[in-house]
Write a protein that binds this ligand. Structure first.
Ligand SMILES: Cc1cc2nc3c(=O)[nH]c(=O)nc-3n(C[C@H](O)[C@H](O)[C@H](O)COP(=O)(O)OP(=O)(O)OC[C@H]3O[C@@H](n4cnc5c(N)ncnc54)[C@H](O)[C@@H]3O)c2cc1C
Ligand code: SF4
Length: 329
C-alpha cells in the first residue's frame, strides 16, 4: 500500500499552495477519486481536502443576470436550487439524471467536472494497454469491448468518452469554469475545459497542476422555457449515458430563434452539435427539419466493433430531445 499524506485546506490560497507539486490532488466528495485509488488507477502522494474552504459552497447571482455555482456545491443542492430549477432547468435535469441520490449528495460540482472516463480497461489495472492510465502502452478498447466508447472525435490512441451528465448541459449553456492556480485566476470557456484525447489521452482537461476549480459561471438564462435533457442508458437509474442530449431552444412562435444542442456519451468531451444548431435556427420544428439537422451531428461519426448502434441512437435522441424542448413531442 502506498503512503499518502493528507492536508485540509481552509482557503483557496492554501489549497493552491498545497497542490503545486506533481502527485498532489484535491479531494471533493471523493466519489470518483477514492474508487480510482482503491483500484490502483490513481496513486496520489498527497490529498488536499478542499471541502472546508468557505465560500465555495454557494450559489449566487451575477451582476449580468447569470449565476455562479461554487465548485463545492453538492450535485443535489445544485439540482434543487430554486434559481437553477427556474432559470436553468436543463442543468437541473442533467444533475438529476446522474448517479444516485446518495452519490449526488456527496458529489461536488468541481469533482463532477473532473471525473474520469468509465472505460472498462481504464479501471482494470490487469489490462496493461491503456494510453490514458499508462501512456504509450496502447489502447485495449480499440480492438476490444467498445460498446460504450466514442463515435465522434476519437483518437487512434484513445476512444474513451466523458461520463458527466452535468457537463453536457454546461456545454450547451456556454458556461465558464473559474479556476485559481499558482499563476492567479483564469476563466475557461466551457468548450476549452475538456480536451479531445489527441496524442495526450492521459489529459482529460486543460487544467494545470495546482489549479483549483472555484466555481462555474452561467450566462444570463435564455433557454429557461424550452429545454430538455435526454439520457439514454441501459437501466432507468444508476447508469452512465450511452448517449445523452442537452437541447435548449429560444422560440419565436413556432420558429426556432436560437438552438443549443450538446451530446454526451459520444466523445472524449461533451460534444456541441453546432451544425445541428445552425440547421435548426430560423426553421419551424417540423420532423423533416429535425431529422436533417440531427443527421448533421453524426455525419463524421466512426463506429468501432460494438458501438455502431450509437450513431442511429444519437440521431434519434437529438430529434426526441429537441422535440421535447420545443414542446412538440
Ligand atoms: C456508481 C456511480 C454511478 C455514477 N453515475 C453517474 C452518472 O450517471 N452520471 C454522472 O455524471 N456521474 C456519475 N457518477 C460520477 C459522479 O458524478 C462523480 O463521481 C462525482 O461527480 C465526482 O465528484 P466528487 O466531488 O465526489 O469528486 P472527487 O471524487 O472528490 O474528485 C474527482 C476528481 O476531481 C478533482 N477535483 C475535485 N474537486 C476539484 C476542484 N474544485 N478543482 C480541481 N479538481 C477537483 C479531484 O482531484 C479528482 O481528480 C457516478 C459515480 C458512481 C460511483
Ligand atoms: S479507450 Fe482510452 S481509457 Fe480506454 S483503454 Fe483505450 S486508452 Fe485506455
Amino acid at each position: 500500500m502506498d503512503a499518502i499524506s493528507y492536508e485540509r485546506a481552509t482557503d483557496v490560497g492554501a489549497a493552491v499552495a498545497a497542490a503545486s507539486q506533481p502527485g498532489v490532488v484535491f479531494i471533493g466528495g471523493g466519489t470518483n477519486l477514492l474508487d480510482l485509488m482503491k483500484g490502483g488507477v490513481a496513486r496520489p502522494v498527497k490529498l488536499v481536502d478542499i471541502t472546508h474552504i468557505s465560500g465555495m459552497d454557494r450559489v449566487s447571482a451575477l451582476p449580468d443576470g447569470g449565476l455562479r455555482i461554487g465548485a463545492l456545491v453538492r450535485n443535489s443542492d445544485a439540482a434543487n436550487h430554486a434559481w437553477v430549477r427556474e432559470r436553468y432547468p436543463l442543468l437541473s435535469q442533467a444533475f438529476l439524471a446522474g448517479a444516485s441520490a446518495q452519490l449526488r449528495n456527496m458529489a461536488t460540482v468541481g469533482g463532477n467536472l473532473m471525473q474520469r472516463t468509465r472505460c472498462y480497461y481504464f479501471y482494470d489495472t490487469a489490462f496493461v494497454q491503456c494510453n490514458k492510465r499508462n501512456p504509450g502502452s496502447g489502447c485495449a478498447a480499440i480492438e476490444g469491448n467498445n460498446r460504450i466508447h466514442a463515435i465522434l472525435g476519437a483518437s487512434p490512441q484513445c476512444i474513451a468518452t466523458n461520463p458527466s451528465d452535468m457537463s453536457v448541459a454546461l456545454a450547451a449553456l456556454d458556461a465558464v469554469v473559474r479556476v485559481t492556480g499558482p499563476r492567479g485566476e483564469r476563466a475557461i470557456p466551457f468548450a476549452d475545459f475538456h480536451r479531445l484525447a489527441g496524442d495526450r489521452p492521459d489529459l482529460d482537461t486543460t487544467l494545470q497542476q495546482g489549479e483549483l476549480i472555484t466555481a462555474v459561471d452561467l450566462p444570463p438564462p435564455l433557454f429557461a422555457q424550452h429545454a430538455h435533457y435526454l439520457k439514454v442508458r441501459d437501466r432507468a437509474s444508476y447508469a452512465f449515458a450511452l448517449v445523452s442530449v442537452a437541447a435548449a431552444l429560444q422560440m419565436d412562435g413556432g420558429t426556432v430563434k436560437a438552438a443549443r444542442v450538446a451530446l454526451g456519451g459520444v466523445a472524449h468531451k461533451p460534444w456541441r452539435a453546432t451544425a445541428t444548431e445552425q440547421a435548426l435556427t430560423g426553421k419551424p420544428l417540423s420532423r423533416d427539419t429535425l431529422q436533417g439537422a440531427a443527421a448533421l451531428a453524426v455525419r463524421d461519426a466512426k463506429a468501432y466493433r460494438d458501438n455502431g448502434f450509437k450513431i442511429a441512437l444519437a440521431e434519434r435522441a437529438i430529434v426526441r430531445a429537441v422535440e421535447q424542448a420545443g414542446g412538440v413531442a
